[in-house]
Structures are given as C-alpha cells and as structure tokens.
Design a protein around this ligand. Sequence first.
Ligand SMILES: *Cc1c(COP(=O)(O)O)cnc(C)c1O
Length: 457
Amino acid sequence: MSEGDLGSRLRALPSIDRVASRLDGPHPVAVAAATSAVELARAEVNAGGSTTFEQVLEAAREALERGEQKRLQRVLNATGVIVHTNLGRVPLGPAQLDAVGEIAGAYSNLEYDLSKGRRGDRYGHASTPLKLLTGAEAAVVVNNCAAAVLLTLAAVASGREVIVGRGELIEIGGGFRIPDILETSGARLVEVGTTNRTRLADYERAISQETAALLKVHPSNYRMVGFTESVELKALAKLGRARRLPVLFDLGSGLLEDYAKAPWTRGEPTVLGAIAERADIVTFSGDKLLGGPQSGIIAGRADLVAVIARHPLIRALRVDKMVLAALEKTLECYLNNDSSELPLWRMAGAAEAELEARARNLAQALEGQPSLAGCKVEVQETRAVAGGGTLPGTEVASWGVALASETTSAARMHHLLRRARIPVIGRVEDDRLIIDLRTILPEDDALLRSLVTSALT
Ligand SMILES: *Cc1c(COP(=O)(O)O)cnc(C)c1O
C-alpha cells in the first residue's frame, strides 16, 4: 500500500463526533467510547487492515457496554454465599435504609450535643446499644474492622511489641494481613509458637519490658485440622491480667448472639462471649455476621477505648453519618429482638422446606418457557456457605435450581445472566449453572424468574 493510499484510508475513518452521535448515554461517555473505537480502527488501518463505519460503531457500542458494566449496580446474588464480600457483603433492609434516608436527607445531631447545646461526639453514637449488646464498658465505631485493628494497635502499642501466635498471622481477603497491619501501626510483631501449635508458655516467655499487648486473631477464613493447639482467649486474658498487659482480640465476624434460627452459627465465637472471657478490646466488622453497614467496631475496657478514641488517626478512619444511621438501626433491631428483620438473618434463617418450595416454583416457571427449550431444569439440594471470612468449612443446607443445556455451556449461560438488566450471579458446577435460593430474598423471586428467562432467550 502506497503512502498516499494509506493517507486517504486514514482520512476515510469516521469522525469521533459522527460515531458518538449514534451512541446512547451522556455525551462525554459516548465521546470516550467513540474515541477508543476510532483509535482502534486507526491502528488497524495503519497495520494494513481495513474497517467499515458499522464495525467502528459496533466497537464503540462494546466499549460503552464495558463501561456500563463497571458502574456500581445492583445484582442478584444466587451464589449461596451469604456474606459475599465481592457482592457488597450483606444487603440492608427497609428499616436500615429508612434510617439512612432520614439522617442523610436532613441535618442531624451527628456532632452536636442536644442536651448541652454545643459540639458533641460523632464517635459516641452507637456506643450505648453496643455496650448493652456486648457487655463492653465502652465502644467506638470506625470505617471497617481493618481500621479498627490498625487504630487499636497504633493507640495501644505504637513503638512497642505485640505478641501474636504464629498460627494467627493470617491474611483475610483483600490484602488484610496481620503482620502488615501491625507494621503500619508502628508496633513490632513478636511471633510465638509454630504454625500449628502455640501454648500459653510461649506467650509467657516472650513477655518483656517492651511488650505493649497480647493479640489474638480469630482465624475466620480458614480452619486448621489435625495436630493443632492454640491458646484459648480465656487463658490469654488471665495471663494478660496477671502481667498487666491488655489482651486484644480481633474477632472479625461480629456475631452478636447465637442465633436460634440459624443453628450453623454455633461454633462461631460471639462478641458477648469474648467480652465475658475478658478480652480487653474486641474488634469486629459491622457488615459480616452483624448484618449492618460497612464499619468496624472497637469494644472493651473504658480506659483503653478512651485512649483509642483520642488517637489522631481516628479522624482519618471516621465513619459517615449514613453508616452510623444504618448501624444504630441494626443494633436497635437486636435490642428489640427483631433481628429477623435484617436481610442477613432472613436469608440465613430461611427454612429448608421453604427454600425447596421456592426452588420448585422457579423450576416450574422456567420449564414452562418455550424459549428455554433444550435447557434441562432441575430442582436441587445445594450447599450454601456463610462466606465473607466467617465460619470456614461450615455448610448451610439450601435449595436451588440447576440449568444444563446440550447446546450452551454453563459458563456461557452464566455470562448471559451477568449481562442481564440486573445481573444474576450464580455458580457453575459440572457444566451446570446453579441458582441458589438461600441468598435470594423471596420478594425477588419473580424478578429472578424474569431475568433468567429473558437472559436465556
Ligand atoms: C474480616 C476480618 C477483618 C477485616 O474486616 P473488614 O471489616 O473487612 O475490614 C479483620 N479481622 C478479622 C479476623 C476478620 O475476619
């Protein structure tokens, strides 16, 4: 191809404006998609290839769709993973959302003391219900549990040593590693014991003038089996008291009560239990087994919580009013014995028979769709999990629907479901697409049915 020929072919490329004018959506978004498509076409022509206006337009539409998919949007969680970190951990319910709406849509006493008529304390808001529910003397709320651990260590142990059992030097998804958090806080890590066994004597031997605290971490996302030994919180707390060292317990999951409707939570330590076993500070998430908004709670001894709440870092880790509103409402539900109002416990506590009936209804509706011809629909007993770094290895009996097709792979069907108006996320097992109903609220059954039907048409 001659120089002149190339030049004329480049000039023949459609203008960005012309492509953008054929796209839907906000102007800057359309222009960005059109620009990337035209640049792609230019590279293609430069490499000796050719392209048509329709091809450029198609590429721009694909770029637009990719951008669309990145937008924060609602999805249906049909994975059966109840606390799903990648899908936003747990949904909030109407009571929690109303509280957020009321506080966020108006001025509030966020940092204003109504009785004294002057500046008040943001961090004190959820502390009364937290004290009542956990038995702790004091509590303070920050951005998330990682922030709670970081702040606690910075306030209690910066520049000094913290003793941790080697088997508890864990990483919890999303890059939260206990050794890194310790280092960032300015504290020095002293590891004791071996990967599988740590004894009280190991902690005792490591205590020195430099020791600021003993740290226990709940290995919430894995379970060691076999020849293992770790020191119980109770024994560690006793050692801490004898040596006048605070015992910090990073619990993570934040289960408040042994919830009778979900017997599978048995075996997960509770916040109340940790305070009763006399941990000086317990840190936990607001959006795991508490069923609230993303937040991190520091509960424990009043003198230590006061030191933590005064540390300058708290300003950088502070929670927003919308979070506080949702958290206070969540705690109120527990205080009123209404925790079954929280979506987490509605889903976690759903009876198997009810899930089975709903799975049968869904299967029946899907089978009746001529468009799904060639798709085998089966009702199936499934295994859901708590997820989100809680109760590793514990399975939750559940029911769902399995879709298999002679002509379309399960991965392809899953891809189609992820492109639905409201994406549906399931899981693929043995080339079957499983839709687990444990993590779908009953009021979304009709929506799920129509999304699956239209996606697979
Ligand atoms: C999940 C977890 C964290 C991190 O909690 P975020 O709220 O996600 O920051 C910290 N420690 C433990 C033990 C956890 O399980």
